[in-house]
Each structure stands twice: as structure tokens, then as C-alpha cells.
Design a protein around this ligand. Structure first.
Ligand code: SF4
Length: 375
């Protein structure tokens, strides 16, 4: 829950869900909404996969999923799990035996697709392996691969069919006394996904994994995900999320965090507030923001920075940010610290200076947080 007594219009009441563990990452309950991504390397290329997992983790991924389509992948999983700084989820389709091998290899969670994992006997074997090896399970329903009998019953993929598929599998897991599961009902259509997730949220207290599947490229997929997932998160639905983009997994992680940051649900790194720029700008806002985004990628401390072209909005925005810069004129602008005008700085030295000020502020905030934790 993110309750803001001063600004109640910012409040989001999160749906109450059970908490499970995916490795050492809690999912559901009052745990922070975790951000996931998925590797797109050949899983049996252990070095490439580990390198990609590491990059995703550096970008902030809490959990990473890897595809395990064959035995060479599940064999590789052991080393990937050992080297990974974050819990690894094995993505299973069609072959329930891969799920058992993945559990044996140390996967933190098994993603199974009810539409293609096979009959209850096979699911029971997967559950046994998950219990034996301490894995959680994600029931990953996908509109594009629903069970045949549901497609016959409903005529086409639809929210009712997706939720029924998910609930049927929840029942199987519960009948086998297995409760460490989360669930997703993904579709590439924003309306279908949103409707399915809303129904699901009312029907179960299991933690929910959000996603719009096959959302598209970096730009279109980001927009689709921000609308679909943003809308659900705003309603309080969702305990963990993956933004699916036809792009580098690192981009998926960045977009996931940006969506959570926009809703005040999670904070990581520098939230840059910048104006679109116009003829009034006192410096090149667009180029400056592009450069600062790259130069400040290493900052993990949640903080805010305003980069505003002129005094129309600069001082007002700076009031609400940790560090600010507002263009003035004559080749220089005003630096704001903690909302107050602090000193002038020339445009040509401004980037280096802002990076230094942000690093200084991040160190100060980290030290304060460490002290608070020690008290
Ligand atoms: S803050 Fe100033 S420079 Fe930026 S868009 Fe507004 S008027 Fe233009």
C-alpha cells in the first residue's frame, strides 16, 4: 500500500494477496512489486545467458526467467542458477519432464502453461518435484494457447476462458496441497488482459504476475504495457510484473520500473523531470536529458532531478525535487538543492556538475537510510 496522508489522490490500495517466495524474493502480500524479465539467449549457451541475467539484474531485475525447451537447457540451468545474483524461473511449455529437470537443477520457480503441460497426472509429477526441491510455481495462462475444451466451450479466447483455465489449475495445485504458486492471465490484447486480470483478482487470493504478452517493440510495447499494466496496478492489482518487449531484456526492466515509478509504487534510481523544451530554453534540454539519463544509470538510490529549460516552470518543479537545474540566460542557469535556489552554473559545465550533485545527494540519502536502519 502506498498511503500518502498529505496527497490522498496519490493513494493506491493494493489487493490483498497471499505471499509466496520465489527463491529469496517475496511475491505478494506487502512485498514490493517485483520486476522480472526473460533472457533471449540460447539457454544452453551458459556464458551468454549468465551475462544477460547479470545485465538484467544490474538494471534492477528482481527475478529472471529463462526458457528451458530441451534437456540441454535444463542441464545448463544448474550453472546458471549457481551464478545468478537473482532467482531464476524456468519457463516450461509442452514437456512436463523439463519442469522436473528444472526443479532438480535448482530453479526457484517453474512457469507452467496449463494449455500445454498435459493432463493432471503430469501436473501432479511437476508438483511433487516442486515440493521436493522447494520451488514455487507460476500458472501462466496465455490467451494464445488455451486448452482445447475451453476454446470449444467459449468459441474463442476470452477473459472467462482464461480465468477458468487458471482456476482449474489452481484447484489441481491445491488438491495436491501445494500453495506456493502465483498466476498470470496474459493476452496481447490490452482489453482482454485487463478484463481477465480483474476477474482473476476477484476469484483468488494468489499473488498475481502481470504482463501483456507479445506487446510489441520498444516504443509500441512500452505504451501498450503502460496502459494495460499501469491501469491494473493503479487498481491495486499485481504483485510481480514483466513487460514483454521485442527488445533487450534490460529495456524491459527499465520500462517495468518506469511504470512502477510513475505510480509511486516503487522507486529506484533518478526520476528525471524535464520539460519538452521550446524557444524559451536556456540550454539544450533534450540533449542534456539524454546525456544525464546515461550518466546517471549507476545511481540506484531513489531520488528526483528536474531539468527545466527556463524559469516558466523551472523554480516550481525544483521545489519538489532533490536536485534541479533551470535555464536562465547568458549561458548559465540556476542549480537548486532540496528545493531551494543554491548557485549559478554555466551551461557548459552543467552536466558534470549535476552528476556530482546527484552522486553527493545519493550518498547522503544512503547514509541516512543506513542510520535509520541501524536505530
Ligand atoms: S519550461 Fe520553459 S523552456 Fe521548457 S517548455 Fe516550458 S516554457 Fe519552454
Amino acid at each position: 500500500m502506498s498511503h500518502n496522508p498529505v496527497r490522498p489522490w496519490r493513494n493506491i490500495d493494493r489487493r490483498k494477496s497471499r505471499q509466496i517466495m520465489v527463491g529469496n524474493v517475496p511475491v505478494g502480500g506487502d512485498a514490493p512489486i517485483s520486476v522480472q524479465t526473460m533472457t533471449n539467449t540460447i539457454t544452453s549457451d551458459v556464458a551468454a545467458t549468465i551475462a544477460q541475467v547479470q545485465r538484467a539484474a544490474d538494471a534492477g531485475a528482481d527475478i529472471v526467467r529463462v526458457s528451458t525447451p530441451d534437456e540441454s537447457s535444463t542441464r545448463a540451468l544448474k550453472e546458471i542458477v549457481r551464478e545468478s545474483p537473482v532467482p531464476i524461473v524456468a519457463d516450461i511449455h509442452f514437456h512436463y519432464k523439463r519442469a522436473i529437470e528444472a526443479a532438480e537443477a535448482g530453479a526457484a520457480c517453474l512457469r507452467i502453461n496449463p494449455g500445454n503441460i498435459g493432463d493432471e497426472k503430469r501436473v501432479a509429477e511437476v508438483i511433487r518435484a516442486a515440493k521436493d526441491h522447494g520451488c514455487s510455481i507460476r500458472i501462466g495462462v496465455n490467451a494464445g494457447s488455451l486448452e482445447k475444451h475451453l476454446l470449444e466451450k467459449y468459441g474463442e479466447p476470452c477473459p472467462d476462458a482464461m480465468v477458468e483455465s487458471g482456476l482449474d489449475h489452481i484447484r489441481i495445485l491445491q488438491d495436491h496441497d501445494f500453495h506456493e504458486f502465483k498466476i498470470s492471465v496474459k493476452a496481447s490484447d490490452v482489453f482482454m488482459s485487463a478484463a481477465a486480470y480483474q476477474q482473476l483478482a476477484d476469484a483468488t487470493d494468489a499473488p498475481i504476475h502481470l504482463g501483456i504478452t507479445e506487446a510489441g517493440g520498444l516504443m509500441s510495447g512500452t505504451i501498450k504495457s503502460a496502459i494495460g499494466l499501469g491501469n491494473l496496478l493503479w487498481m491495486g492489482i499485481g504483485d510481480t510484473m514483466r513487460v514483454s518487449l521485442s527488445a533487450d531484456p534490460v529495456e524491459e526492466v527499465k520500462v517495468g520500473f518506469e511504470i512502477l515509478k510513475s505510480l509511486g509504487l516503487r522507486h529506484r534510481g533518478v526520476n528525471i523531470i524535464s520539460c519538452p523544451s521550446c524557444a524559451r530554453q536556456g540550454f539544450d534540454v533534450i540533449k542534456t536529458v539524454e546525456t544525464l539519463e546515461k550518466r546517471l544509470e549507476h545511481i540506484k538510490t531513489p531520488m528526483s532531478l528536474s531539468i527545466i529549460g527556463c524559469v516558466v516552470n523551472g523554480p516550481g518543479e525544483a521545489l519538489m525535487t532533490d536536485v534541479g537545474f533551470t535555464g536562465g540566460g547568458a549561458g548559465s542557469g540556476m542549480v537548486y538543492l532540496a528545493g531551494k535556489a543554491s548557485h549559478k552554473m554555466s551551461n557548459d559545465q552543467m552536466i558534470e556538475h549535476i552528476v556530482e550533485e546527484v552522486e553527493k545527494k545519493a550518498a547522503q540519502l544512503d547514509a541516512e537510510a543506513a542510520q535509520d536502519a541501524a536505530e
